[in-house]
Design a protein around this ligand. Structure first.
Ligand SMILES: C[S@@+](CC[C@H](N)C(=O)[O-])C[C@H]1O[C@@H](n2cnc3c(N)ncnc32)[C@H](O)[C@@H]1O
Length: 276
């Protein structure tokens, strides 16, 4: 046992720290976390995280809903709900007020879990759990709030472009879009990518930058999450007749060369005023 401990002390240290971190910051039940982990192993790029977000992140990403609730019936959309950490925070924030809350989750198992976790709210007609990709969701109404839990940093540029266009077409004038990114991911990831993958990632970052520039942006750092994250709150203009925007097509792959990649990297760093 002694030799085993000495040989594997780093592994044991990591497992111990991770468990400690988990129990401190995670909020979901063990069963929910195991379900989430199972979905991660099936499709890591779609899920984008090994564990659901913490209550602290949920509190920050949903805070404006509580601050701005009023007598008018609110329409709220959550995209990529996972096990429902943000869903629960939204429902708690809204209390007895008048609202309709659409919750989109692409993963079938996680959608079933959400339906079980929010059975009561579904029954009283305020919450709809929809198992679908956000790209296939076409409601006849728009929303006052969009809470996005999607892992943009793992998606390709084309998908991010479509999703952001969709968000923009679905948000009411003056509405609020909140989403999060893992801290430092956008700065670190390019160092681990090469060629077309790096080019696609940088293109994706510049699309997000361009999107943020259309809104008033508030960014908040949340340490208590696995991994620490930055929450972005984007507020649309009150009266914007040209709300819908279209992004430029990404350059074709044969235009790819290192010079272009370096230039894009520089543009992303300089062009997008990142608070973190
Ligand atoms: C990083 S997890 C976040 C889960 C949860 N919001 C949280 O913070 O714990 C991203 C979630 O988005 C879902 N997802 C990924 N792509 C999606 C898409 N195109 N439409 C809807 N949901 C999607 C995944 O299945 C996953 O549950």
């Amino acid at each position: 046992m002694d030799t085993f401990c000495r040989k594997n002390r780093w592994a044991l240290f990591l497992v111990f720290s991770f468990s400690l971190f988990q129990s401190t910051f995670a909020h979901s039940s063990l069963k929910d976390r195991m379900e989430f982990l199972g979905s991660f192993f099936k499709d890591p790029y779609k899920i984008g995280s090994i564990t659901p977000s913490s209550v602290y992140l949920a509190k920050e990403i949903t805070k404006s809903i509580e601050e701005n609730k009023n007598d008018r019936k609110l329409r709220i959309l959550e995209v990529g709900a996972g096990t429902g950490v943000f869903t629960e925070a939204v429902i708690k924030n809204l209390g007895d007020s008048n609202y309709v809350f659409d919750v989109i989750e692409i993963d079938e198992n996680l959608s079933l879990l959400l339906k079980k976790n929010f059975e009561k709210e579904i029954e009283n007609g305020k919450v709809n759990i929809i198992c679908s990709s956000i790209l296939d969701w076409n409601p006849e109404y728009s929303y006052d709030y969009i809470v996005s839990g999607l892992p943009f940093n793992y998606f390709d540029c084309e998908a991010v472009k479509e999703i952001l266009n969709k968000y923009e077409s679905m948000i009411n004038n003056g509405g609020l879009i909140s989403y999060f990114e893992y801290f430092g991911m956008s700065k670190l990831k390019p160092y681990f990518l090469r060629g077309d993958r790096k080019k696609d990632f940088l293109e994706m970052l510049s699309i997000i930058c361009e999107f943020k520039e259309k809104f008033q942006v508030e960014a908040k750092f949340v340490f208590r999450n696995i991994l620490p994250a930055v929450v972005y709150h984007l507020k649309g203009k009150e009266d914007d007749p040209n709300k819908k925007i279209c992004y430029n097509e990404p350059a074709s792959s044969n235009e790819s060369n290192n010079k272009e990649i370096n230039l894009k990297e520089q543009n992303v760093r300089e062009g997008c005023k990142e608070e973190f």
